[in-house]
Design a protein around this ligand. Sequence first.
Ligand code: SF4
Length: 331
Amino acid sequence: MELLVDSYGRRIKSMRISITDKCNFRCTYCMPAEGLPWLRKAEILSYEEILRIARVAVKMGVEQIRLTGGEPLVRRDLPDLVHQLHTIDGLRSLSLTTNGILLKQQAKALADGGLTRINVSLDSLIREKFAKLTRRDQIERVLEGLAELEKYPSIHPIKINAVAIRDYSEDEVLDFVRFARHKAYVMRWIEFMPLDADQIWRKEDILTGGEIKTIIEAAYGPLVPITTGDPSETARRYTFSDGIGEVGFINPVSEPFCANCDRIRLTADGQLRTCLFATEETDLRAILRSSDDDEVLAATIRQAVWHKELKHYIGDKRFKRANRSMSMIGG
Ligand code: SF4
């Protein structure tokens, strides 16, 4: 099949698949304290439906699949889906983003299923701060989940994702660096984006990757850039002069990377999003549940990708909020 390319010549190699809108956290930068009205079971794609879309997408050149939520580990039998995705010919990387509190129970099954990469969200190492931001006093379970994960070297690297928020994250930057270097985790800071359901995001609340880098370099000296040659990589990656550890900065607001974007997203209710900040979607679920065949599915995906958005317009008067908040998209 022909590769998936948009009208700007960007080839699509990465698909993020949200398998549920449900989450067991209530992070202030994402979800209201009371949660959101969950999708009904019938609205959510079955694993067979997800697999059908994944197989068609891989035939069109998608090489990386990332499973997201809500919180993906709350959906039953996830390791089965992981196993079936892992067997798709042509899929090079299968990863997952999780808040980690169910990892201790599921790490082995995910590793056995063929998961190769994982990002664990952890915005603070301080119990009170963690509980305040996530509205859940569960930091111990996340740390236990990480420790359990270390037993399965087939899942590598273990990345820690921290959302960087001004007047919240600064005082722990060096603690996270020490933690990651000591544990051989890869540390990532992600700039706070206007995708929160409460719509309280303000530009001044962003702590930029550049500012965090300055904090680190003041303590460790100049960071050493890591270049991979993959222009669609979202993180600016660095190691330390002693070669121990890796940190990275995902700066969608201060240093947008849309020019080389290779990503599309599938929501838990079967809508294709060609940009994180899309205001429109393409309904794949209707096709899956009709008598249409995979050619129709492929043609619909190709048509949607051709109209992929050039970029987000955060900070620009043309900026429009996405038609969904983060937990309904999956990051
Ligand atoms: S904002 Fe949209 S175009 Fe830009 S990197 Fe994210 S998904 Fe790609």
